[in-house]
Structures are given as structure tokens and as C-alpha cells.
Design a protein around this ligand. Structure first.
Ligand code: FMN
Length: 307
């Protein structure tokens, strides 16, 4: 790939060998995110089946501490697309907002006179996060199996206060991720991934040599090179010096100039998920989580009396 071709940060097209032992394996290996949706509506029956698959997912202690807001309103979908700055979202006929939900369990405990402290517990939060995503992924697979396509929208996490208002989320309900769903307008492109040799460790964690590590990423992003422009260099230099100081910034710029291109990891953390901005506002996120009714990051002080 030439340095003049701007690669997508989603990576490069992969090739699947097309030989799978069964239809499920084919589905899993040929799945891909969909960002181009046709006008074909999703019928009630199809949507119900997909959602049922989501509620049947594995979940810690079978508690199901999650809720899914189903959004079909054109106006709301357009608003979400604008909010997230991803115009293709508006064309997806269904949006699903996956939320951690301890509100429902808390109400159950209150009605049935049971003790409850889940919103104060990191352990519960950690498991609920996983439960929510596992349900979402079951939905993706069910949707794929019925010929639909989907794409997660993580950007929604920047708009938790807005979505809480928009969807009237009570305390104890926290949006985690959005999923756009619909029929693909085009054949989906499978993206290359790190393979088993990079991701799976036999019996114990095995540190790769620098060379092997570079090789596995080179296999994932073969010759993906971003053209050097004055603007990109300035941005990368700024990010590097803010995070690691001016000596590192100088070294990074020299490496780019020597190579004659910006490599994929420089692009990821220097231009896209910029290393100087990503960790900012952690305290704002914590405040947002707190406003959503979760207090697990604070010292636990049991409320003896229930109001
Ligand atoms: C948690 C999460 C958040 C994501 N957020 C976005 C997003 O905001 N916009 C987008 O276009 N894709 C998003 N994606 C899709 C990824 O870009 C995609 O899964 C990745 O590039 C691999 O491609 P594939 O899904 O086609 O295999 C997200 C995926 C996950 C799992």
C-alpha cells in the first residue's frame, strides 16, 4: 500500500479461506462491521428474534443487569448520528442502546424486601459491563445469521448525560455502547486481525521479541503507510511532547522522516486516539457515572435505613 493511500483506522481487508466446518464457524469468520445500510426495513418478527437471542446470553449469576433501548424513530436516529459525528448511523433502521441496569434489580429487591448494594460495588459493575456486552454480541451474531449487518458505536460514551435525558434513563442505568442494525447495502469487508499466534498464549504469558511483535502487526497491517504532511507532523509532534516530552517528540519525528511515512501505531495514538487527549476528563466520566447512580469508586458506607 502506498503512503499516499490514507488507510482506514479500521484496518485492512482480510481474506478468509472460505472453508469452515459448519455454518456457525463461517458466520463468525466472515462477519464484519456494516457502515452502509440499505433502506430495507427490519420486520417485527426478525427484530424480536434477534432481541430474544440477546436476552438469552450468558450472564453472571443469571442476574441480567442490563437493558436495551430499541430506537427506531427517524428523528432520534438522526440526532444520535449527528451527536456521534457518524452520518451512516442515521441510515441504520434500528439503533440499540445497551445499558448496565441495576435499577430493575434494585426495585425488585425493594419490592421483595431484600438487601441491595450493587450500585456501590465495583465487582457488580465489572460483571454487569461484561453481561451487557455479551448480550450485545449475541445480538450481533443473531443479526448476522438472519442476513443483517451491524456496527458498534463506542462514541456514545461521550454523550452519557445527553442519552440519559433523551431516553429517560433512571439512576442505576448507564449507557455502555450503541449498536446500529440493518440490512447491508454492500458486501461487507472482512478486516484483518491479529491471529492466534499473537493473541493466544500456551499455558503462560509469553513475551514476544521486538522482531516477532513487529512481524505480527506487519501481518495485520501489511505496508499500511500514511503519507507525511506538515499538518500531521505538527500534530504528532505536539501529542508526543505533551505525553513524553520534547526529546521523545524529536525521536518520533526523526523516525517518521527516516521511514518516509507515518506507521499505523503512530497514526493510532498520534492522530486518531490521540495519546494527549484520551486520558483527559477521567474525573468528568466519574462524575457522570456518579450522576447515573453508581458510587463504587467511593468508600462504601452502608445506608442502614432505607428511605
Ligand atoms: C466497543 C466498540 C466500539 C466501536 N465504536 C465504533 C464507532 O464508534 N464507529 C465505527 O464506525 N466503528 C466502531 N466500532 C467497530 C470497529 O471499528 C470494528 O469492530 C473494527 O474496526 C474491526 O472491524 P470488524 O468489526 O469489521 O471486524 C466499534 C467496535 C467496538 C467493539
Amino acid at each position: 500500500m502506498s503512503a499516499k493511500t490514507t488507510p482506514s483506522h479500521h484496518g485492512v481487508k482480510g481474506e478468509q479461506n472460505g472453508r469452515y466446518p459448519n455454518a456457525t464457524m463461517k458466520l463468525l469468520m466472515e462477519r464484519a462491521s456494516c457502515r452502509n445500510f440499505s433502506k430495507r426495513p427490519v420486520s417485527r418478527t426478525v427484530l424480536s428474534r434477534i432481541l430474544e437471542a440477546g436476552t438469552h446470553a450468558p450472564t453472571g449469576g443469571n442476574l441480567q443487569p442490563y437493558s436495551i433501548i430499541k430506537i427506531e424513530s427517524t428523528r432520534k436516529r438522526a440526532k444520535l448520528a449527528k451527536m456521534c459525528g457518524q452520518s451512516f448511523m442515521a441510515k441504520a433502521p434500528v439503533h440499540l442502546l445497551f445499558c448496565i441496569d441495576y435499577h430493575r434489580l434494585q426495585r425488585w429487591a425493594e419490592i421483595e424486601i431484600a438487601p441491595f448494594s450493587a450500585t456501590s460495588s465495583f465487582r457488580h459493575f465489572w460483571i454487569a459491563f461484561q453481561d451487557t456486552i455479551i448480550s450485545a454480541q449475541n445480538i450481533c451474531t443473531a443479526a448476522d445469521s438472519l442476513g443483517l449487518g451491524s456496527v458498534y458505536i463506542g462514541t456514545i460514551m461521550e454523550f452519557i448525560p445527553e442519552t440519559r435525558v433523551m431516553f429517560k434513563l433512571p439512576k442505576g442505568v448507564l449507557p455502555v455502547v450503541l449498536l446500529c442494525l440493518g440490512y447491508p447495502a454492500i458486501k461487507l469487508l472482512v478486516r484483518r486481525k491479529l491471529g492466534v499466534e499473537a493473541v493466544v498464549h500456551d499455558e503462560r504469558y509469553r513475551e514476544m521479541s521486538d522482531r516477532t511483535l513487529q512481524k505480527v502487526f506487519q501481518k495485520k497491517y501489511p505496508n499500511v503507510r500514511l503519507e507525511v504532511t506538515r499538518d500531521r507532523l505538527t500534530r504528532i509532534r505536539t501529542v508526543c511532547s505533551r505525553v513524553h516530552g520534547s526529546a521523545f517528540a524529536k525521536k518520533c519525528i526523526e523516525t517518521i522522516k527516516q521511514n518516509g511515512y507515518i506507521n499505523m501505531v503512530q497514526r493510532y495514538f498520534g492522530l486518531h486516539y490521540v495519546a494527549d487527549l484520551m486520558p483527559t476528563d477521567n474525573e468528568v466520566f466519574i462524575r457522570t457515572i456518579k450522576r447515573s447512580g453508581f458510587t463504587w469508586f467511593e468508600k462504601y458506607r452502608p445506608k442502614k435505613k432505607r428511605s
